[in-house]
Ligand binder design. Structure first.
Ligand code: FE2
Length: 405
């Protein structure tokens, strides 16, 4: 029985046909008191996704007043060959500018907009992604913020980030973390522009209205206001990056954030070596050879909100279908392939970026002749912390397996 039918049955004679109309009329008056009289049934944002296993669907918007302003992340691919020219153009403008964009806009960057999220500066429900270009000599002054952030380096080399006094020299495939509450500044003292991807949990903190930035670091130096470098390149890697061993003489707390990961620089070369050393293992039928970046002290994801991973797909490898309650953002580091998402097909190559929204079935295929390496960021960490992370797999015969329930 529908809610409307139930209302009709319970309504006193004479009022049943008019009840809704009369309540809507009250709404005209109630609006000025910021009140809404319920005249519709609940319209949840999501159908029971776990029991509807056959279709490619998902991503459908609910309708009605209860679901007003609801948005859904859509699958999308941003191609390097399409977004790179924008970076080159702003780099060129910056080179000739009397006042550089980095001064009036904070950064020289483009932000990726998920087409389902109506122009909001976000690629999934929780993740913001900017792609920044730093010309030789550019400096982003020291600051600290409540969102967690990271840099994934696309350029072969050049550029640096200083985090809580540790200088991290950037190279391709590096992941450099700036956990919430850590002072950091960036720059490029090489001869060539450098490009990297910034990813943040900003939309989540914005939703909670707890996003803030502090630019006034005590002791910041010079016109460009940077922090003193007190720890050389590789400091946190020397402490934590050899696996299974942890120093006993340092405080693992970094900055003023709640639970920052003390290892802040994961090198692309180490990621490649680890993945390639594992490439003869069987791997995961849904992911291939996959590794997670973890906080070395806790073994948990590097942020409480986002987790970062890297995976290798061997030539010809086709994963099985999987879907999660988490939304995932991918960056192609090397190789080429296809990801099928909710019935759509996305062909990707080096430096392309794509989004797999929550709830949609997806699978990856390495269509190239060489290994493919893709990095990913998702809000699975957050969902695990709040008890909402679930995942399913689907075999070719349609059999569905609960992977995490
Ligand atoms: Fe920042």
């Amino acid at each position: 029985m529908t809610a409307a039918a139930a209302t009709q049955m319970k309504a006193p004679a004479g009022l049943s046909n008019k009840a809704r109309e009369m309540m809507e009329a009250i709404n005209a008056e109630a609006a000025k008191h910021h009140v809404w009289v319920r005249t519709q049934a609940n319209a949840p944002a999501q159908r029971p996704w776990f029991s509807q296993t056959s279709g490619e669907g998902g991503g459908e918007l609910a309708s009605g007043r209860v679901a007003a302003a609801q948005l859904k992340t859509l699958p999308h691919l941003w191609r390097w060959k399409e977004f790179r020219p924008y970076l080159q153009r702003i780099s060129e403008i910056a080179r000739k500018a009397d006042v550089s964009p980095i001064e009036f806009a904070d950064r020289q960057s483009i932000l990726l907009l998920n087409p389902g999220l109506k122009g909001r500066l976000q690629v999934t429900n929780t993740i913001r992604c900017a792609i920044s270009i730093y010309n030789p000599g550019d400096v982003a002054p020291v600051h600290l913020h409540s969102p967690n952030a990271s840099r994934t380096i696309l350029s072969d080399k050049g550029g640096y980030t200083v985090v809580e006094g540790e200088r991290c020299e950037a190279a391709r495939g590096d992941l450099i973390l700036t956990p919430n509450g850590t002072w950091h500044d960036h720059g490029n003292d090489s001869d060539e522009p450098v490009i990297w991807i910034d990813m943040l949990d900003w939309p989540l903190l914005e939703f909670l209205d707890i996003a803030w930035v502090d630019h006034d670091m005590p002791g910041a130096q010079g016109n460009t206001r940077v922090q003193p470098t007190t720890k050389s390149d590789g400091y946190s890697r020397r402490l934590y990056a050899r696996g299974g061993m942890m120093p006993t003489f340092v405080d693992h707390q970094l900055g003023v954030g709640g639970s920052p990961a003390p290892l802040i620089h994961y090198r692309g070369a180490d990621v490649q070596e680890t993945l390639h050393d594992l490439r003869k293992e069987k791997g995961d039928p849904y992911e291939g050879i996959k590794i997670d970046f973890v906080n070395p002290v806790t073994g948990k994801p590097v942020f409480t909100t986002l987790n970062y991973s890297a995976q290798l797909l061997r030539p010809g490898e086709e994963t099985e279908l999987k879907r999660e309650t988490a939304g995932t953002f991918y960056v192609v580091i090397e190789g080429s392939g296809v990801t099928e998402v909710g019935g759509q097909r996305f062909d990707w190559a080096r430096n392309d970026i794509f989004v797999v929204p929550n709830f949609l079935w997806r699978r990856h295929i390495n269509t190239g002749k060489n290994d493919a390496v893709i990095y990913s960021v998702s809000d699975a960490a957050l969902l695990k912390n709040v008890g909402h992370y679930f995942a399913q797999g689907r075999a070719k015969d349609g059999t569905v397996t609960e992977l995490v329930q």
